[in-house]
Design a protein around this ligand. Structure first.
Ligand SMILES: Cc1cc2nc3c(=O)[nH]c(=O)nc-3n(C[C@H](O)[C@H](O)[C@H](O)COP(=O)(O)OP(=O)(O)OC[C@H]3O[C@@H](n4cnc5c(N)ncnc54)[C@H](O)[C@@H]3O)c2cc1C
Length: 487
């Protein structure tokens, strides 16, 4: 048995990676130990850059159709919410959709593109012999071995792939614990989100699409280093009453759980033919609801690079740029979630003062508020450009309206590179995995005014751009830029 790529773990990260690889024609097998999707959804929030990521492949419709939308987010559950409605995106809101639904929708798409999704198959070991990786697994018919050119561990925080590849997972153990409960309310609040932080503890209550409500919170006694086991319904109720003064008539819990602030980052996202993505690469407290989002964006960054490598099109070093670009994003995620944990779990007078000070600054300084919103939403990610590159290189390209019926994202739906010639004078030279479009300069965007041409990567980031206006010089520059994307 052989596949180009074996993806271990069929959570949202693994499923989106399978979508990307199979779209590019790579033979992809997903080995997932669960026979069905976990019905208990940890994640609910999908952020704007993830919606854009799906929109780059025209895959966002089903999620939008069944999600709730919130035009704001929060940092550390501060009362001063972050306004997402002024973010520079066509999707200036977060989606509320249970992780189980997101995973199912992505699985459906991956299957539709031809990925083999094997449920009930648990990976128990692997060996990278330099030419291929041998994966050992247990399935419904017993143990077996399969070979792959590359293996990607999308198998969560306790990653078997990471362990067998010997990749250190560096960070700190938990020192505080949060709890959650999904319940039905006899007397629900009128607002879709209720969030209260006091010296007694913190509680957030969010309406779920299926009519239930999720309570998440933490209290001073949760700052501890021993694991107390799952919470009971009575514990949940008394904590909620202690902070909110009512239990809203809660009953019929369907899930009660705890989570800690263990924060760890894989020391490398690639070791030989083994790669890591999603929670297998980074673990942190779920503050701000970003983990699933970062995982899907890891997969987006990796998918086209791995597809190009497997098919022999990739220039030297392309696959290593996955670690170079995504490891800093993982580190940043750990930094801001830890900062939020500090703000949320310090129930002393000093903690109150710190929250008041930061909340005041967020209200008074729109720039600070917007910077936090961009950071949480995933829109602020910029990949390190080469020295002397154009300032747009490494930035996410917005969905530029290129003509009446063509927008930039529309050029990228097949996962190709796109050249946009804004001068109209460069001879078009489309090629394999490369689309070419002539357009007038988008007037509404200052940062794009004066651009002669741009090369957009399959994941929607600017790979190359030039201000050159002479068509002959621009054509030469563009030829070099395109040549650098392939062997
Ligand atoms: C309380 C809570 C709330 C959260 N809320 C949000 C939120 O609102 N928004 C957000 O973005 N993130 C949120 N997160 C984080 C989010 O749930 C994770 O970041 C997300 O699940 C990561 O997806 P993944 O696919 O990388 O890993 P996982 O979802 O953990 O998937 C890993 C998969 O690998 C499989 N697997 C594991 N080992 C093996 C093996 N040996 N062989 C085969 N299969 C294997 C597992 O069965 C699983 O299906 C929250 C987390 C918690 C705890």
């Amino acid at each position: 048995m052989k596949a180009d790529v074996v993806v271990v773990g069929g959570g949202p990260t693994g499923m989106w990676l399978a979508c990307e690889l199979s779209l590019a024609g790579v033979s992809t097998v997903v080995l997932e130990q669960r026979r069905d999707v976990d019905p208990h959804s940890r994640a609910l929030t999908v952020h704007p850059r993830t919606v854009e990521t799906l929109a780059l492949r025209d895959a966002h419709g089903p999620l939008l159709a069944e999600s709730g939308r919130l035009p704001s987010g929060h940092f550390a559950a501060l009362d001063e919410r972050l306004d997402f409605s002024c973010l520079d995106t066509d999707f200036p809101f977060t989606l509320t959709i249970p992780q189980a639904r997101t995973t199912r929708l992505l699985e459906q798409r991956a299957r539709g593109h031809g990925a083999a999704i094997r449920r009930g198959h648990r990976v128990i070991g692997l060996a990278d012999d330099g030419d291929a990786v041998r994966v050992s697994a247990e399935g419904p018919d017993g143990r077996y071995c399969m070979a792959a050119e590359y293996v990607v561990g999308c198998d969560g925080t306790r990653s078997t792939v990471r362990e067998h590849a010997g990749i250190p997972f560096v960070g700190t153990d938990f020192s505080t614990i949060g709890w959650l409960g999904d319940v039905t309310l006899a007397d629900p609040p009128s607002a879709p989100v209720v969030s209260v932080w006091s010296r007694n503890g913190a509680v957030m209550c969010v309406a779920l699409p299926d009519g239930q409500y999720r309570f998440v919170g933490n209290a001073p006694e949760d700052n501890r280093t021993d694991w107390p086991g799952e919470p009971t319904f009575d514990e949940l109720r008394s904590l909620v009453v202690r902070v909110l003064g009512t239990d809203f008539g809660m009953h019929t819990p369907t899930w009660l759980s705890r989570f800690g602030d263990t924060s760890r980052l894989a020391s490398t996202y690639r070791k030989g033919r083994v790669l890591l993505a999603g929670d297998a690469a980074h673990q942190h407290m779920p503050n701000g609801g970003v983990g699933l989002n970062v995982g899907v964006q890891d997969a987006m960054n990796l998918g086209w690079k791995l597809a190009a490598t497997v098919s022999g099109r990739a220039p030297d070093g392309l696959l290593d740029t996955y670690h170079a670009e995504r490891h800093p994003v993982g580190a940043d995620t750990i930094e801001h979630t830890q900062a939020q944990t500090a703000l949320m779990t310090n129930f002393s007078e000093q903690g109150v003062a710190l929250r008041k000070l930061l909340g005041g600054l967020i209200s008074e300084c729109p720039q600070l508020r917007d910077a936090l919103a961009e950071r949480l939403s995933g829109l602020s990610v910029r990949y390190p450009p080469r020295a002397s590159a154009h300032p747009l290189v490494g930035q996410r390209a917005p969905d530029l309206r290129l003509s009446e019926d063509v927008s930039l994202f529309g050029l990228l739906t097949r996962g190709d590179f796109a050249v946009v010639d804004f001068t109209g004078g460069v001879p078009a030279a489309p090629g394999p995995k490369l689309v070419w479009h002539r357009a007038a300069l988008p007037q509404e965007r200052q940062t794009w005014s004066g651009i002669g041409a741009a090369l957009i990567r399959p994941d929607g980031y600017v790979g190359w751009a030039s201000d050159e206006s002479d068509p002959t010089t621009l054509a030469r520059e563009l030829e070099r830029a395109v040549a650098a994307t392939r062997t």
